[in-house]
Design a protein around this ligand. Structure first.
Ligand SMILES: [Zn+2]
Length: 461
């Protein structure tokens, strides 16, 4: 059998892996590549032919960098089913629709802006809202821990990855010319103790191959237990300065975690009476999907839900329309504004950052991973000037990173996961070079055979 690494190889976006045997081809994830505009367009628009002709697809979770190119896959002629957990299917309905709408809006805006430029080649969205239902129709919801045949000689089992609602590790059991082989794909791995969802399940032991993410292979996070205290401190300090807090947050996952932690602070009398805005129609929709999937919750969340609405908050304002979003600019005094996108590459968070970064009373609160070449990364690095919508701004606001909120396993978690799994071979994906280098050294020291494949590389097992 062969593994071909079509994306998220020595990088963190565009997850895509192809598993081939003599009899079948299975695609694992079909993510959007997010980076510089021209490269993103080229890679997302031209899916590899062998991906499109696969017999079946499995998707680990609904984040766009793992699921975002499914509409293109199906439109280009992919013939098979797409296997996902039931929560991932419902979340994908929101995420893919939002992604299509963003692309349509972007294309319209840019084409209008450059309409008088003779050299401008009009942008066509990679997919539109019309391309989303055909992809959803292919999705088959499979609960955790139920083994199901997905292609000739290949079956799949989902295990909880503890990363976001519905996220899964995938165990592929493969008949490889009469030999039984097992490939475990970690997907994005979460960590123990995150609010709402369960902890990652332990992987099966001794598979032939473990394909593992390595996002934070060189870092250790603050403990999850510190989330509430850290957040309370940032809110209090910013409020005392009379400033606002703007949080670039993934609409799926981080926003709901933040809501639940804010809810706890309020319950304990530790949240000052200031308005909290969720300025994202997508985050509002995704929060409704969370309410539909208590089967994915941890025991504490299920128990608390009986007494209380964990996603509600006094002073919470959900802004759906553009007008309501713009009106947040007129709010005087301290406020918390949570808006997408998570890496501040687009979305409504840009219009808040544009207004708020130049005032030292304000805080930009970073609670998620910021990839290279994103505005989020430049904020974290505290560049003195940052470009927002083409205009340079002085960065005077405080920038605070709370990595207690990270939804990704850190280096210790990844090492513990891999050594527990004890596979014949570890293949690292979904990580930048420094992270992969550090993790590879650490796992090699622990006696594992480790390699980080390049994009486009095929490994024969
Ligand atoms: Zn993810």
């Amino acid at each position: 059998m062969r593994l071909t690494f079509l994306g998220a190889a020595r990088e963190v976006t565009g997850s895509m892996l192809l598993v081939n045997t003599e009899r079948a081809a299975v695609l694992v994830d079909c993510g959007f590549f997010q980076g510089r505009r021209a490269e993103s367009r080229r890679r997302n628009a031209h899916l590899p032919r062998e991906a499109v002709s696969a017999d079946a697809a499995v998707v680990t979770h609904a984040h766009i960098d793992h699921s975002g190119n499914l509409p293109v896959l199906v439109r280009t002629g992919f013939p098979g089913h797409i296997y996902v957990t039931p929560a991932t299917r419902d979340l994908a309905a929101c995420m893919l629709h939002d992604s299509a709408r963003l692309q349509e809006a972007d294309a319209e805006y840019l084409n209008r802006k450059y309409q008088d430029d003779p050299a401008w080649e009009p942008i066509v969205p990679l997919y539109t809202a019309d391309d989303v239902p055909p992809a959803l129709e292919r999705m088959v919801g499979v609960p955790y821990r139920r083994r199901i045949a997905i292609a000739d000689g290949v079956s799949a089992t989902f295990l909880d990855a503890g990363h976001i609602l519905g996220s899964a590790q995938v165990v592929l059991d493969v008949d490889d010319g009469g030999r039984q082989r097992r490939v475990v794909v970690s997907g994005d791995l979460g960590r123990a103790g995150l609010p709402i969802i369960r902890d990652p399940e332990p992987p099966p032991r001794h598979p032939d191959v473990l394909v593992m993410e390595s996002t934070y292979g060189d870092r250790r996070h603050a403990r999850v237990e510190r989330m509430a205290d850290d957040l309370a401190r940032v809110i209090e300090e910013t409020r005392a300065r009379g400033g606002k807090i703007v949080v670039p947050a993934f609409a799926l996952g981080r926003t709901q975690e933040l809501l639940v932690v804010l809810h706890r602070l309020q319950r304990d009398g530790r949240l000052p009476a200031i308005p909290v805005f969720i300025d994202s129609p997508l985050a509002i929709d995704v929060t409704s999907v969370f309410r539909m999937h208590p089967e994915c919750f941890d025991a504490e969340t299920r128990r608390l839900l009986d007494e209380d609405d964990l996603f509600a908050l006094e002073g919470l304002r959900l802004t759906r329309t553009r007008e309501a979003s713009m009106a947040i600019n007129d709010v005087a005094g301290p406020a918390i504004i949570i808006a997408a996108s998570g890496m501040a590459e687009g979305g409504r968070v840009l219009h808040h950052l544009r207004i708020l970064v130049e005032d030292p009373r304000n805080t930009v609160l970073v609670i998620g991973f910021m990839a290279q070449h994103t505005l989020g990364r430049r904020l974290v690095e505290r560049r003195p000037r940052v470009k927002i919508w083409g205009v340079e701004r002085d960065l005077h606001a405080q920038v605070v990173t709370l990595d207690a909120f990270s939804a990704h396993a850190d280096a210790d978690d990844l090492a513990a996961y891999a050594t527990r799994c004890a596979p014949g071979r570890v293949l690292l994906v979904h990580g930048e070079e420094a992270a992969q280098h550090a993790l590879r050294a650490r796992l090699t020291d622990a006696g594992l055979d480790v390699y980080a494949p390049e994009r486009g590389e095929t490994l024969e097992l």
